[in-house]
Design a protein around this ligand. Structure first.
Ligand SMILES: Cc1ncc(COP(=O)(O)O)c(C=O)c1O
Length: 410
């Protein structure tokens, strides 16, 4: 049972079928003038239309990239670099504390060039405050970069209102929608988005391919310089097969969106209801209402996340911990820390991300497996008192301090 679709998702067989000709007989370089090249170019343009449709954009507003990470880097660095060419560069960017590292580390890097970044906090539900966002805007603010939904806890930000605020102040709004595209309606027009990042492998497409939407009129310098492919916005010989795969995955995601939402939501809600009812001291991380339909993020006091994941894998369930790299350090996830959850508690977190191959019929098996595993791990946990059947980890907690490194979850 693969329940780690937010980390990556299996390729849809129809996507693979669409790609294969471009790895075999249709191997032309899209920049060449003979038939093979023309076929490749056509295939790329068709994919561009398919991706544009999924987010209600125009096809010439879509540029293919190597994935969500590159799109995020391009959105932020190209906006920032353009300022450095001016006599009086503006150097303030607003983002949030819970962004994916593709955004956070790009912003951190820009600090080395004198950019000033505001990292907005979130409330205990994982949502930013629109008032705090507006108050953070300054005369020299050039970009607001807020994710559509969070990759760990699945909370969906008030994107439309964020865009409204950005535009009221004449600021460009970049939205990392890698986890939202194909999971919830994403509409760049209706949601006031100027630049958007998306990725193929989160929507049952191939890895190493993504796209950036740049609204007409928004000027973004090229990020990768070279032979002028992708309308000179992103040079490099196009990965035709992957682009075709992304296009097909986008088309399927668009056609199936309503059904996918119902399917995912039904499984999500059943798992949340049954685990929280059955297993003591079980909590849902992040907002229940503003949440991706395919995201279950649970916290079990007194349990160590990595052991939980390994035990579940032995039972045939592939999931993610709430804190990805706890073997390397003892700190919890930066997202859960931003929600005010202490390191020991955040380590007991589990993310199940649902995909089309999961079934409502699997829910009882999953809940039984979690129940059994949590029970076992608590029975051997120093943070759980077996006599009183209570969490006693509070005694060992210490607050997170600024020096602590956080770990990241894809
Ligand atoms: C919110 C978010 N942004 C960006 C990325 C990076 O995307 P990619 O893996 O395509 O580089 C991810 C991937 O986990 C993500 O979840």
């Amino acid at each position: 049972m693969y329940m780690d679709n937010s980390a990556t998702s299996p390729i849809n067989p129809e996507v693979l079928d669409a790609m294969l000709p471009y790895l075999k007989e249709e191997y032309g370089n899209a920049s060449t003038l003979y038939t093979l090249g023309i076929h490749a170019k056509r295939a790329i343009n068709n994919a561009r239309i398919q991706v544009a449709k999924l987010i209600n954009a125009q096809d010439d507003e879509i540029t293919f990239t190597s994935g969500g990470t590159e799109s995020d880097n391009m959105a932020i660095k190209s906006t920032a670099l353009a300022q450095l060419k001016t006599d009086n560069p503006k150097k303030h960017i607003i983002t949030t504390q819970i962004e994916h590292p593709a955004v956070l580390n790009t912003c951190k890097y820009l600090e080395e060039f004198g950019f000033d970044i505001t990292y907005l906090p979130v409330n205990e539900e994982g949502l930013i405050s629109l008032d705090e966002l507006e108050n953070a805007i300054r005369d020299d603010t050039i970009l607001i970069s807020v994710m559509h939904s969070n990759n760990e806890i699945g909370t969906i930000q008030p994107v439309k209102q964020i865009g409204e605020i950005a535009h009221k102040h004449g600021i460009v709004f970049h939205c990392d929608a890698v986890q939202s595209v194909g999971k919830v309606p994403v509409d760049v027009e209706a949601q006031n988005i100027d630049i958007l990042s998306l990725s193929g492998h989160k929507i049952n497409g191939p890895k190493g391919i993504g796209a950036i939407y740049i609204k007409k009129g928004v000027k973004l310098d090229p990020y990768i310089h070279g032979g002028g492919q992708e309308n000179s916005k992103r040079s490099g010989t196009e990965n035709v097969a992957a682009i075709v795969g992304l296009g097909k995955a986008a088309q399927i995601a668009q056609e199936n969106l309503d059904d996918a939402i119902k399917h995912n939501q039904q499984i999500r809600d059943a798992i949340i209801e049954k685990t929280t009812a059955r297993i003591k001291d079980t909590y849902v991380n992040g907002s229940l209402d503003e949440r991706l339909p395919n995201n279950v993020h649970l916290r079990f006091s007194g349990v160590e996340g990595e052991s939980l994941i390994l035990k579940l894998a032995q039972k045939g369930i592939y999931a993610a911990t709430g804190s990805a790299c706890s073997t390397h350090n003892l700190q919890g996830s930066h997202v859960l820390a931003a929600l005010g959850i202490t390191p020991a508690l955040s380590h007991g977190s589990l993310r199940l991300s649902i995909g089309p191959e999961n079934s409502i019929d699997d829910v009882d098996y999953i809940v039984d497996a979690i129940d059994e595993t949590v029970g076992y791990l608590r029975s051997i946990s120093p943070l759980w008192d077996n006599k009183t059947d209570e969490y006693i980890g509070d005694r060992f907690e210490r607050p997170m301090d600024e020096e602590d490194e956080h770990c990241y979850l894809e």
